[in-house]
Design a protein around this ligand. Structure first.
Ligand code: NDP
Length: 283
């Protein structure tokens, strides 16, 4: 990579951020596309988020991605929100439009694309369980509600965040049946009748968080279990447990790939090289 004063910067703001495969994926894409762009990991703690967002503008970044735990807190720091961000209350992509930072959300589109690459699904017959109520859960929940799933059960540690997610869904989708549970609740029956199960918490992400985020007793071969947490090689504890139960499993790499592709289209207006990006994160 030949970095000069003309090179435009992009990056990912997160805490932690060292696990992220976005830099390798994006830089592989820009190299293939012949673009003078460089994408860097930016470790930003929650108390430094506002300064970091100002820095993105001050240093004339072309844009940035935003990951855990900033997707919701970044919203009030932006100049404008695209429809995808308004509808989810969460942002994963910033576009620097002549000094104005515009927040978008490409996670929902990325998740749907990745799901449909793996299975063919009748959304109207697919109630859903989602563990988590943060930025990723909201994006995926809204995308699935958009496609007509009849019920979403939210399982989250903090009741307040679950309530916020509930209210967001209830406001946008009056027909949707919504349940809220804490992880200790007995949700076996709901899980039995929800063929789509999604982990949108960081549980399983690294050694410290190496645990199964949901009770898996009710999971069977009729389930599709998706973990948004991704790793280059090992399956997460949830996916290992779900596979043992005979379920179809889907890791987070496909979502990473497709949310990144949508972000590149927003930043450059050019179609990204999907297979080059896929190879970069899978190898
Ligand atoms: P947020 O910080 O916005 O939300 C995290 C959610 O997880 C909250 O609901 C939080 O619960 C819950 N949570 C956090 N820690 C724990 C814990 N120790 N035990 C139980 N619940 C916990 O994060 P995001 O939504 O942005 O990201 C969530 C995960 O999804 C991350 O691992 C991220 O890497 C992954 N992700 C993957 C993507 C992909 O492309 N594959 C895209 C987006 C995200 P509470 O409300 O109680 O704090």
């Amino acid at each position: 990579m030949n970095i000069t004063a003309n090179t435009r910067l992009l990056g990912i703001l997160g805490d932690p951020v060292s696990h992220s495969l976005s830099p390798v994926m994006h830089n592989a894409a820009y190299q293939e596309m012949g673009l003078d762009l460089c994408y860097v990991p930016l470790h930003v703690s929650p108390d430094a988020l506002a300064d970091a967002v100002s820095g993105i503008k001050a240093m004339r970044f072309m844009g940035a991605n935003v990951t855990i735990p900033h997707k919701v807190p970044v919203v009030p720091l932006l100049d404008r929100l695209a429809d995808s961000a308004v509808r989810t209350g969460a942002v994963n992509t910033l576009v620097n439009s002549d000094g104005m930072l515009v927040g978008h959300n490409t996670d929902g589109a990325g998740f749907i694309r990745s799901l449909e690459e793996r299975i063919s699904i009748d959304y109207s017959a697919s109630p859903v369980i989602i563990a988590g109520a943060g930025g990723a859960a909201r994006s995926v929940g809204v995308a699935l509600a958009d496609r007509g799933v009849p019920r979403i059960t939210i399982i989250n540690r903090s009741r307040q965040r679950a309530q916020e997610f509930h209210d967001l869904l209830a406001a946008g989708f009056p027909q949707l049946e919504i349940f809220m549970m804490v992880p200790e609740s007995d949700y076996g029956e709901l899980m039995r009748s929800s063929p789509l199960v999604i982990n949108a918490t960081p549980l399983g992400m690294n050694e410290r968080l190496k645990m199964v985020p949901l009770k898996v007793d009710a999971i069977s071969k009729y389930h599709v279990v998706c973990d948004l947490v991704y790793g280059r090689s090992q399956e997460t504890p949830l996916l290992v447990a779900a596979r043992e139960k005979g379920a179809t499993i889907l890791g987070g790499l496909g979502m990473l790939l497709h949310q990144g592709a949508v972000a590149i289209r927003l930043w450059t207006g050019i179609e990204p090289p999907i297979e080059v990006m896929r190879r970069a994160i899978e190898s």
